[in-house]
Design a protein around this ligand. Structure first.
Ligand SMILES: [Zn+2]
Length: 747
């Protein structure tokens, strides 16, 4: 899979012995004596590495990287407005510094790119972060095949190294060499245990350690129904965690000011196979860093990942890496300026600091057009620095359960990830402020930061989590529950007594296993609120007094409930598939038409001071699926609005415009970032029709938005001169002719 080839992103690192609340690069607090570390003050930086690293099995032509020049890269980075440079030093085969352990490319001679860069960077006070690949050490594995991961059948996995093997010592020796150059830190890429089968590790080191830690042998193979496999997953997570911590400690001992960051893989689409969980592995090193990129993860990945990293490492800076290439890091192309601006400002508005990745030509030379464009993007980012880093306002917290990822998602997690990804997508399109919550660090205090918390089809919930949700609602919080939430035990087996029934106020009559589910709203007040903006709401037909609504598809898991104390609304319908003699034999890719009611569509339940609103279907899953109709998405958004009818800021804008609202209470300033995704249409792809790559953003669009502040508004000003703004009382109307603008509102 492509990740094997990913360059991995980025850089980073830093040092701070004291980690302070991250208030934005312009606002970072300082300890009484320590100046802020580089990553606490940086907003944008570059990462540069030679195209060809990771390819060709180390057999390169004579001109490979022979113009890869550390001093020149530093000068170009400074000219391009970078505030730090992640320099590619070590890949699987070679290194670009003088090493006793790893060779330089043949034909490269005695040049030392790291030395060139460090010497030049000193003149510019530019922090140099050494990129060091960890996970595909072809050179070391040729010398030590016994360090390879092993499958359950004993066969080695040739490209993967075991983190419980003595490989650790070889990494430590290499890092010690690089620290001798006086670098600012390391970007270590990456601590994954593979992105798909075959899976490890059953090597002798792991056998021994598992036996010692768990008092039993490793399970014979992967068995999702067994508690031993659950132990094995914990063992895998612990292996990566321990490896990372050992490297951090090693660097700390050698150079306390040098930073360490790991390219993180605890977010979707990555799952158990990588060997990480969302919070635990984000916390290692000085800050979390990961990759976005529409080419690999879709155009919503920037927004999703930034908010995810924030939630996984509360109070710390977080970094996201993007690339200049159209299709991929190494492809030698350069995206249009506005395409890079859209991604950059999405990430900055969410509070990330951003590394822009450049891959040189095969011979190591730099593309002047690419550098001009990258310099423009970084320069604009720095010119807007004062507007990033403030606290985001959130209407809804999206709860993610790593236990459900493993127990329900199992070896096909993508289908289950649709729930959280669709919930996020709905928030972006509907301009709801959102944040993430994780099972690993869930607390009442964390829940109470959100007026509404959404459990999008979260199958597995521990009793302690349900207790927290109950306390949250009793104290005035609001829950939206969808799909099969709370219906499975730790191993993913159905529970006789689903754990959310008390909060929902209804009994689970049956769990519907198909995905062709339909929702029909009714003419009650609740039905009217859930149907806001939908033609599918109940309407009186001409000449009658009967209000009926046309059902709409909400494709995904659903539950037939029997209300006990909750107020039911509307109908959940199954499809005509249910009456077929062989339902599975009918085209499984396409949903079938609505048939008959099987339960209520929604349930409203007052609990203490708060409310639980349960949707029997999964509009979240539907929104991220192939049948992503507007009605399903709006149903989810309306559920949030019904529970939280008077948000502090309400934004109305086109669905392709993301709104990110931040608050700076000290200056009584709300900032509304508006960022337009304006991709161009694509033609039929050569491969895997119709799954096209997204088009590129070439032009600035013109769009309108309205902003309404609940608690009063003194002044409102756009950043862009071209933006037209009309203010009437607490309401602002803007017409923006750009990819990004910020409406700065004083209250
Ligand atoms: Zn092993």
């Amino acid at each position: 899979m492509f990740h094997k080839f990913l360059k991995l992103a980025a850089p980073v690192a830093l040092a701070a012995r004291v980690l302070l609340p991250w208030l934005g690069s312009n606002l970072a607090l300082q300890a009484a004596t320590d100046p802020p570390a580089w990553f606490q003050r940086a907003l944008v930086g570059m990462e540069v590495g030679p195209t060809g690293a990771q390819f060709g099995g180390g057999r390169h032509a004579a001109d490979y990287a022979n113009r890869f020049d550390g001093a020149e890269i530093v000068r170009r980075s400074v000219a391009a407005n970078a505030e730090y440079l992640v320099l590619w030093v070590r890949d699987g085969e070679f290194t670009f510094h003088e090493s006793k352990h790893v060779p330089r490319p043949a034909g490269f001679g005695d040049r030392d790119v790291l030395r060139e860069a460090v010497d030049e960077a000193r003149k510019h006070r530019l922090p140099i972060i050494a990129y060091c690949q960890l996970q595909y050490p072809s050179h070391e594995l040729r010398q030590h095949p016994e360090w390879k991961m092993r499958q359950a059948n004993g066969k080695p996995i040739d490209h993967l190294v075991c983190f419980n093997s003595p490989y650790t010592n070889s990494v430590k020796a290499l890092l010690a060499e690089m620290l001798g150059y006086g670098i600012a830190g390391f970007h270590l890429d990456m601590v994954d245990q593979g992105f798909g089968p075959p899976h490890g590790c059953w090597c002798d080191h792991c056998q021994k350690r598992f036996q010692a830690e768990h008092g039993r042998p490793l399970p014979k193979d992967i068995d999702w129904d067994s508690a031993d496999w659950a132990r094995m997953r914990q063992f895998r997570y612990a292996s990566s965690d321990r490896f990372e911590k050992m490297l951090v400690e090693h660097v700390r001992q050698q150079a306390p000011q040098a930073t360490v960051d790991f390219n993180y893989h605890g977010n979707p689409p990555f799952s158990w196979e990588v060997g990480q969980t969302p919070v635990r592995h984000a916390d290692n090193g000085d800050f979390v860093t990961g990759e976005a990129g529409a080419w690999a993860f879709g155009a919503l990945a920037g927004s999703f990942n930034a908010a995810w990293y924030r939630a996984a490492t509360p109070g710390k800076p977080f970094q996201v890496a993007i690339q200049r290439g159209v299709r991929m890091y190494h492809d030698q192309t350069t995206r249009p300026l506005h395409d890079m601006r859209w991604e950059m400002f999405t990430l900055l508005a969410h509070g990330a600091f951003v590394t822009l990745i450049d891959k040189t030509a095969y011979d190591g030379s730099l593309d002047p057009v690419a550098w001009e464009r990258m310099g423009a993007v970084l320069g604009e980012a720095r010119s807007k620095r004062a507007h990033f880093g403030q606290r985001p306002l959130a209407d809804v917290g999206l709860f993610f359960s790593s236990r459900t990822r493993d127990g329900i998602g199992r070896d096909k997690p993508a289908a289950w990830f649709q729930s959280i990804q669709g919930a996020h997508k709905a928030c972006v399109y509907e301009h709801l402020g959102f944040g993430f919550l994780f099972d690993e660090n869930l607390s009442l205090e964390g829940l109470q930061k959100f007026p509404v918390v959404c459990l999008p089809n979260v199958g597995i919930l521990a009793d302690a989590e349900v207790d927290l949700f109950r306390k949250y609602v009793e104290g005035g919080g609001h829950l939206v529950i969808t799909g099969h939430s709370g219906q499975f035990d730790e191993l993913g087996k159905p529970l006789a007594r689903p754990v959310l029934e008390g909060l929902i106020g209804a009994r689970v009559k049956s769990r519907l296993e198909g995905t062709d589910h339909w929702v029909q709203l009714d003419a009650t007040r609740l039905g009217g609120q859930l149907g806001q903006g939908l033609e599918h709401r109940a309407q009186k037909r001409p000449g009658t007094n009967v209000a009926t609504a046309v059902p709409f598809l909400v494709r995904g898991p659903a539950t037939a409930y029997e209300p006990i104390t909750a107020e039911p609304m509307g109908k959940l319908l199954d499809s005509h598939r249910a009456s077929l003699p062989n339902p599975a034999g009918y085209n499984a890719d396409w949903p079938l038409s609505a048939r008959q009611p099987v339960g209520p569509a929604a349930l409203l339940h007052r609990v203490g001071q708060g409310t639980v609103l349960t949707l029997a279907a999964s509009p979240d899953t539907a929104t991220a699926g192939e049948h992503h109709i507007v009605e399903a998405r709006r149903l989810l958004a309306n559920a949030v609005r019904l529970l939280h009818p008077r948000p502090r800021v309400r934004v109305d804008a086109p669905a392709n415009v993301e709104a990110i609202v931040t608050d700076d209470p000290a200056t009584r300033t709300l900032r509304i970032h508006l960022i337009a995704y304006n991709a161009t249409p694509q033609t039929t792809p050569v491969k895997e029709r119709p799954y096209i790559m997204p088009g590129l953003i070439e032009d600035t669009p013109i769009f309108r938005a309205t902003i309404e502040l609940r608690d009063g508004l003194k002044t409102a000003k756009p950043l862009n001169r071209s933006t037209q703004l009309k203010k009437r009382a607490n309401r602002v109307e803007v017409t923006i002719a750009d990819i990004h603008d910020v409406i700065v509102c004083r209250y």
